[in-house]
Ligand binder design. Sequence first.
Ligand code: PXP
Length: 258
Amino acid sequence: MLLGVNIDHIAVLREARRVNDPDIVDALGIVKRAGGDQITIHLREDRRHIQDSDLKMIAQLSPLPLNLECAKSPSMIAIASHYRPHRVTIVPEKREEVTTEGGLVVDSSDEVLQNAIANLQEQQIEVSLFIDPTAEAVNASLAMGVEWIEFHTGEYANLHAMLYGNLRNSHHAIKALDVPRHELKNRLEAQLEKLKSLSMYAQDLGLRVAAGHGLNYQNVQSIAQIKSIEELNIGQSIIARSIFSGLHQAIKEMKRLI
Ligand code: PXP
């Protein structure tokens, strides 16, 4: 299974201070040395984390293929075409959302999306569509002529968190559903089955299949066992864990200096 490491949250931390610390470029070599297969970044329209200058540097310096997530708007596609990442994953984007809440609506009459795909493919940039796990979305993506789809695993991750996760923070984005535990288990199982059968279906149609969103150290293994999924893109949980796996060393180094 290939791992795309989404490094947006390094930029989130940097933007909190607007100084170049942590320097996102420093992450590139670490991702490669640790066995990551791809760098993934999301240039959001509101530039809340990754900036155009990050994209420029990462596109130049990344030792791994770059997967750029962005909206389908002509201005974003022009930026993507300019920096020529290996792949562009087109995602839906709402300014007020905390993160990408659902998959793209793939509509065969959507000329903005058609033009975005055609422009990128003309430049030999692979295109992926970030979609909900539904047969309609797979069929529509195939009809659009893209090489890749990425299944949004948010619903799977939310159900997993409700069943087994730690939702103790009152402003947690995942609100527990008011249904019995066995019903949550059935829904989780159904989500997993859906991801399995649809990824097999999509692969048989000739699409390459990735998945991502909300995957973490607790919930990833069931998804990683799905043979038809080639790649997972994971951000939040890896960057969150890195704080704690690095905090001990960071304190020791500061203590030594003072
Ligand atoms: N894949 C896509 C298309 C995304 O938009 C995101 C979130 O930016 C991810 C994967 C990674 O999600 P997470 O940060 O929850 O691991």
